[in-house]
Design a protein around this ligand. Structure first.
Ligand SMILES: [Zn+2]
Length: 200
């Protein structure tokens, strides 16, 4: 939260819905344009980080829980949705990480479509000069990875379903929306799916 560019690693996991406990009350963090900073993982701050950001005047409170935390001097109603006062320009391209490769590929094997037992496959094998890049690494289940071995796609007759490319952050956000969190507070819904709801 200290960083001007909130990192997804700062985000907490959606909590089980025991809303009497402050620990179960993370706030959905929206950018200044009222879109979530991240869909997957969902941009959530712990109640402590949220309260800090409110007192540092970095966020507007958009919606509340009914949960109140007490300190000796004051009571504080926990925010359920906050928006940043200053717009954070998202980077155009995401980091090349294992998670983001899986997210680009929809958490499914690029050869058979299975979501289980995912690993990474070098489309052009490393020993044939294939590099570890967005354009040459795809999600593959263990059986497909084994079956392909160190062969070229043509030799193995195994071609990725989608041509691996470097995605934009926007594309990853769109993919992330296909994976709604297990738990979603009512007040978050408007900000998570607002543009899909406008479709006929
Ligand atoms: Zn597979």
């Amino acid at each position: 939260m200290q960083s001007p560019h909130p990192d997804v690693t700062d985000f907490v996991q959606p909590a089980p819905p025991d809303l009497r406990k402050p620990e179960s009350c993370p706030a959905l963090v929206l950018n200044a344009d009222f879109r979530p900073l991240s869909y997957y993982p969902l941009s959530l701050w712990s109640w402590q980080d949220t309260v800090k950001a409110v007192f540092l005047d970095r966020v507007n409170i958009v919606s509340h829980y009914d949960t109140v935390v007490h300190s000796p001097s004051t009571d504080f109603v926990l925010p359920s949705v906050v928006s940043l006062k200053t717009y954070v320009k998202p980077p155009r391209y995401p980091a090349f990480t294992r998670f983001n490769v899986f997210l680009r590929d929809g958490f499914s094997c690029q050869y058979c479509g299975e979501p289980q037992d995912l690993t990474f496959d070098h489309v052009i094998p490393r020993r044939a000069g294939g590099r570890t890049t967005w354009e040459n690494v795809v999600a593959a289940c263990s059986p497909c990875n084994l079956r392909k071995g160190g062969r070229m796609p043509k030799q193995a007759k195994m071609t990725p379903r989608q041509k691996p490319i470097q995605p934009t952050v926007y594309q990853l956000h769109e993919n992330g929306r296909r994976f709604p969190p297990n738990y979603c507070h009512d007040s978050w819904q408007d900000y998570l799916y607002w543009d899909t709801e406008l479709e006929p």
